[in-house]
Design a protein around this ligand. Sequence first.
Ligand SMILES: [Fe+2]
Length: 187
Amino acid sequence: MYKRLVTSNGKEIEIWDNLLSYKKRSEIYDFVKNSYFVIQGADNYHLENSGNHQIASKFTEDDLLRSRLFEDDTSEMLKKVEGYKINQVRVNLSTLNDHNQFHSDANDPNRENKIFKTLIYYPNMKWDIEWGGYTLFANDDLTEIEHTLVYTPGRFILFDGEIPHCIGAPTNMAPSYRFTFVVQYTI
Ligand SMILES: [Fe+2]
């Protein structure tokens, strides 16, 4: 299933469900679960957030190939990032204790490449709506959440990295870790 959302200033969020077989999803989940996670910095570099941290696993492009994320039926989706190069690959591990911040993925003023697309894949095999962990997209002055995406196992989301977004922390009902597989593209 494919769905397209647009923010109030015309930026795109595209969603694909059921592109991967259950077997492939299981293999990717195992790959993610067995990755080496480390404590990393916050979502943005604002001084008041400098005490925040996240747990993530940084992947190389070789790791991405070995994960075999882009097999099965993903070729149509990947046409959307044709001509882009991969800027970063990582898996985020979220718990209810995380301090997540709204941020844009294209927020480093020293970066030469300003155009970002971010692809998220939800690797968990089971996730209930009550467990939280939503992906939130806000308007530009952060006064409204415009789109709330429920963590749907096996879903891909491709969005303009400029859109302010945030991981909603899982609730205390979530029995385990929430993983997101993230591939950032730039031109
Ligand atoms: Fe982000």
